[in-house]
Ligand binder design. Structure first.
Ligand code: NAD
Ligand code: MG
Length: 392
């Protein structure tokens, strides 16, 4: 029986993964090793019982008593904290879903690779912050990373049987987020609630806000570069309000292969779960006659400054991705807490990168995860300082 673990099981991707696992036979089809979550331990316990997991882990120590209580009598182990997450990743599994949000997802996924596992990677921050390290670790242990971000699953599928050297361009699409059609002068006053609604996809709050600011697409451009080794000048972004075409790969003979489907993450998750097979998945089928028309346009750099920042990050490479992501997470925390406005997020990230560029470390290649975590901490400290001094 295939052994599986899900990191971030109680989130948006985690719940969709759980849904597919249950539909595909649940505990009679999979041996569940570990499920992890955050404060929602009641839900984590329900999932752990349903899949008869060996262990359930909450990220928060103070949630452990409640998790224990919720698992009482089940025989399922309970644990808490970052060290317990690593310990759970150290339990061999054949397929692991990496769906913790933010840089916190890097260490468990990285650790899992040493067991030669297949890592279904939703946590895009892993590739943004430590792409070369992660890919090298996978190669060293003969482990496989399968992309779960919809655009990257789409590129992966469009490249099946193709020679990478024949690729001219890779285009990922963006819905444009909650404020796509807002007049620019209203963006400064955008609220957290307004930024937390997505026109097409149902996702966690953080990635939804990142979609409105296009920081999500900025991360995905870097993710494309790191996962596929495509050079930055070959990577394009198109705003596509319908979110039905997820990515397009252009080849040197002028042909282009597009991947299409309804915006439902269970496609990309199910693809990674069943790869290399294609299983019957419970996603709605795209009817192009009903869709009627598909629209595309280039993103406006004034509306979406995050995309230019991603270009800068790719030019510097090294530890710049870790700094970029950490500054973005700090700015996002501050926006969600009401400490800064919506458009200030990009200013905070830009100012953090500028300040870090004055030193030399930003372009240094990461030689270990510790390098990445140090840069992450440094960038958060600088971003907090910038916000405290109200420089933005
Ligand atoms: P979410 O906020 O809905 O869920 C995050 C999960 O991680 C939860 O289980 C939460 O408890 C856990 N978590 C949060 N902080 C943690 C920490 N510090 N330590 C350990 N666990 C922690 O997020 P999501 O929308 O499911 O996104 C998960 C990842 O997948 C992100 O990296 C996101 O960018 C990526 N992704 C999501 C979607 C989507 O449709 N939601 C699409 C593509 C990629
Ligand atoms: Mg995506």
């Amino acid at each position: 029986m295939r052994r599986i673990s899900v990191f971030g099981a109680t989130g948006s991707i985690g719940e969709s993964t759980f849904d597919l696992l249950m539909r595909q036979g649940g505990p009679s089809a999979y041996r569940t090793v570990a499920l992890t979550g955050g404060r929602n331990v009641a839900r984590l316990a329900v999932q752990a019982r349903a899949l008869r997991a060996e262990i359930a882990v909450t990220a928060h120590d103070e949630c452990l008593p409640l998790l224990r209580e919720a698992l009482a009598g089940s025989g399922i182990e309970a644990a808490a904290g970052p060290a317990a997450l690593i310990e759970a990743a150290d339990r061999p599994a054949d397929w692991i879903m990496s769906a913790i949000v933010g840089a916190a997802g890097l260490a468990p996924g990285f650790r899992a690779l040493r067991h030669g596992t297949t890592l279904a990677l939703a946590n895009k921050e892993s590739l943004v912050t430590a792409g070369p390290l992660l890919m090298a670790e996978a190669a060293r242990h003969d482990a496989r990373i399968l992309p779960v971000d919809s655009e990257h699953s789409a590129i992966f599928q469009s490249l099946l049987g193709e020679d990478l050297s024949a690729v001219e361009t890779v285009t990922i699409t963006a819905s444009g987020g909650a404020f796509r059609d807002w007049p620019l002068d209203r963006l400064a006053g955008a609220t957290v609630a307004q930024a937390s609604t997505h026109p097409n996809w149902a996702m966690g709050q953080r990635i939804t806000i990142d979609s409105a600011s296009m920081f999500n697409k900025a991360l995905e451009v870097i993710e494309t570069r790191e996962y596929f080794g495509i050079s930055p000048d070959q990577i394009r972004v198109l705003v596509h309000p319908e979110s039905l075409v997820h990515a397009l790969v252009g080849f040197r003979d002028g042909g282009m292969i597009a991947h299409m489907g309804m915006p439902d993450m269970r496609h990309a998750i199910g693809y990674a779960l069943n790869w290399p097979d294609r299983a019957r998945l419970p996603v709605a089928r795209l009817d192009l006659a009903t869709a009627g028309s598909l629209n595309f346009h280039n993103p406006d750099p004034v509306r979406y400054p995050a995309l230019d920042l991603a270009r800068q990050v790719m030019d510097i490479r090294g530890l710049a991705g870790a700094a970029f992501n950490a500054a973005k997470e700090s700015a996002l925390d501050a926006f969600v807490a009401g400490r800064i406005g919506f458009i200030a997020m990009a200013s905070v990230v830009e100012a953090t990168l500028t300040q870090l560029s004055a030193g030399s470390a930003l372009g240094n290649p990461a030689t270990s995860l510790d390098n990445v975590f140090q840069m992450d901490a440094e960038a958060r400290r600088i971003a907090e300082g910038i916000m405290a001094e109200r420089k933005v």
